[in-house]
Write a protein that binds this ligand. Structure first.
Ligand SMILES: [Zn+2]
Length: 546
């Protein structure tokens, strides 16, 4: 049996049915291109005739170099012939390499939902597949509710998939539509289906994640002999989602010895593909996503960090670079010296480089509320700042700036000399309440003083607008800077009595780079401005290093 597993992505069809997801045609084309470049074999573009977006997508489909484009739809309706069914005709009218038809395999669904006889349903499957096969290169059959159907009436479920197979379907895809099946059941049932006459080389699996087992079930099906897996980027899909290809692909390739269209080189783009979907959906990437999440290879405990520094295999199941991710040594109050040493090493520095005068200068500039002469070294400084409320494990960019400032590697790109923010609430001419903020700032750049005014829907926004009016004149690249997330927390300062506010800002340069900065102050505006200024400085520093 071949060890090549075919990958079929349904992000644009099953994924598009997710609550809160509304892809534009351009979004769909972008995602399709990413999947194609990754090495996915089939891309299901949508359901022709079901909605205007899908029709527009198929009217001008993206040019694909590896993948085959598939259109999804239903078998013919009861009481119509396959060549006279409008739904089927819509699916067959678009230019695609493959058509995937879904049909019922659960006797209860046939009689209850469709309200047709069991024989008629089998005829609907067979005739639709045969008719589609005469129009397109390849037909796939999605066997809806196959596992539930098999449990209820094994013979009928097998008859349904046989009807599709005998009518010429290239792939019979067993669907765990309700997502309730367990891995050992998937293994047993797939084994039985193969024994009943559908070869594994023609058998696929389509799992939903309602029992949090979609990935495990997909792998179990492949172990039992199935050779196609259907899933989506990041497991996007209705309810609890579809099988997550971002986890399935590396497990298949790196751990089970299977071949897919995703070569070792393409696998290094996996993390980027996962982030593209988040970007399209305007969602913050889930940190704990296996393989591709920001925290998937993050080490925080001091003991872990020192072991990882000696040999990463001690606390990592795979090498993060294989999937395009990277190791993060988390800096935190809890962790020991080894974290900070390891992070500095990542930056190409050592603790010995850190100079005492640099430390003192930075402490004085930060106005952090303690005497610079008390600070022993960078580790000590980080601990003291975390006592003040800073959280560097979440804000890697602020940590890097802090360390590089101590090392004298980051110039002061700008200094805000003074600012004033005015908030106003008034009624508009139409009688709606309006809240407007206006910031007036004075900034020194390259020894030159600039004054500017900015308006925004809040004080931080107004400040950002004013500051960037000045800075983009000197640093045009800052036009691309986007603040993608803004979080505020009240922190109990362990050092003093007053409660402080911690602001964390996530920024992006629109090219896939994301960084997080932090600011702490009793005044929420001050904390925000500190995080904002760090974000800008970090981007400028990165650009200067390119
Ligand atoms: Zn599905």
């Amino acid at each position: 049996m071949t060890n090549r597993v075919t990958l079929y992505d349904t992000t644009l069809r099953d994924g598009a049915q997710t609550q809160g997801v509304d892809f534009s045609t351009a979004d769909k084309q972008r995602i399709a291109r990413e999947l194609d470049a990754l090495g996915i074999d089939y891309i299901e573009g949508g359901w022709p005739g079901a909605n205007p977006t899908d029709d527009a997508f198929f009217a001008a489909p993206p040019v694909l170099s590896n993948a085959r484009l598939a259109a999804f739809g239903m078998t013919r309706r009861s009481g119509r012939s396959a060549d006279n069914d409008p739904g089927l005709a819509a699916i067959l009218s678009v230019a695609v390499d493959a058509v995937t038809l879904v049909g019922k395999c659960w006797d209860f669904h046939v009689t209850m939902a469709l309200g047709v006889s069991l024989e008629e349903s089998l005829a609907m499957i067979g005739q639709s597949v045969a008719h589609a096969g005469s129009k397109v290169k390849e037909v796939l059959f999605d066997a809806e509710h196959f596992f539930d159907g098999y449990k209820a009436n094994r013979e009928y479920a097998l008859d349904a998939v046989r009807a599709a197979y005998e009518a010429g379907a290239r792939w019979i895809v067993l669907c765990d539509t309700n997502g309730g099946t367990l891995p050992h059941q998937v293994r047993d049932i797939v084994t039985d289906v193969i024994a009943a006459g559908i070869p594994g080389s023609h058998l696929g699996i389509h799992c939903h994640n309602d029992s949090e087992l979609a990935v495990a079930n997909s792998l179990a099906a492949v172990e039992a002999g199935a050779r196609q897996i259907q899933g989506s980027i990041n497991g996007l899909g209705e309810r609890c989602g579809n099988a997550n290809l971002m986890s399935i692909i590396p497990s298949l390739v790196l751990k089970m010895g299977f071949k897919t269209g995703v070569t070792a080189e393409r696998l290094t783009h996996l993390t980027a593909v996962s982030r593209v979907l988040d970007e399209v959906l305007d969602r913050a990437p889930e940190r704990q996503r296996p393989y591709v999440g920001e925290s998937a290879f993050a080490h925080k405990g001091g003991l872990h960090v020192s072991a990882v520094a000696k040999d990463p295999r001690s606390y990592e199941h795979v090498d993060p670079t294989l999937v395009g991710n990277s190791r993060h040594i988390v800096v935190s109050d809890q962790a020991g010296r080894s974290n900070i040493v390891a992070r500095l090493a990542d930056m190409g520095c050592s603790l010995d480089d850190v100079r005492r005068d640099g430390l003192m200068a930075v402490v004085e500039q930060m106005d952090a509320g303690f005497d610079s002469r008390e600070v022993v070294d960078l580790v000590d400084l980080v601990k003291r700042l975390e006592h003040q409320g800073y959280a560097y494990d979440q804000a890697a960019a602020s940590f890097e700036l802090l360390a590089r400032r101590v090392l004298g590697q980051v110039p002061s790109y700008f200094q805000v000399e003074r600012y004033r923010v005015i908030d106003e609430r008034r009624k508009s001419a139409e009688g709606h309440w309006l809240t407007l903020s206006e910031a007036t700032i004075r900034v020194v750049v390259d020894g030159q003083s600039h004054a500017e005014v900015g308006e925004g829907n809040g004080p931080v926004h107004a400040f950002d607008v004013a500051l960037r009016k000045v800075l983009t004149r000197v640093y045009p690249a800052l036009t691309d800077l986007e603040l993608t997330d803004y979080r505020v927390r009240i922190v109990e300062s362990t050092a003093g009595t007053e409660a402080k506010t911690r602001v964390t800002i996530e920024s992006s340069d629109g090219k896939g780079n994301v960084w997080v900065t932090v600011g702490v102050h009793t005044n929420v505006l001050e904390a925000s401005l500190e995080a904002l200024q760090d974000s800008i400085s970090f981007m400028l520093y990165r650009i200067s290093q390119q």
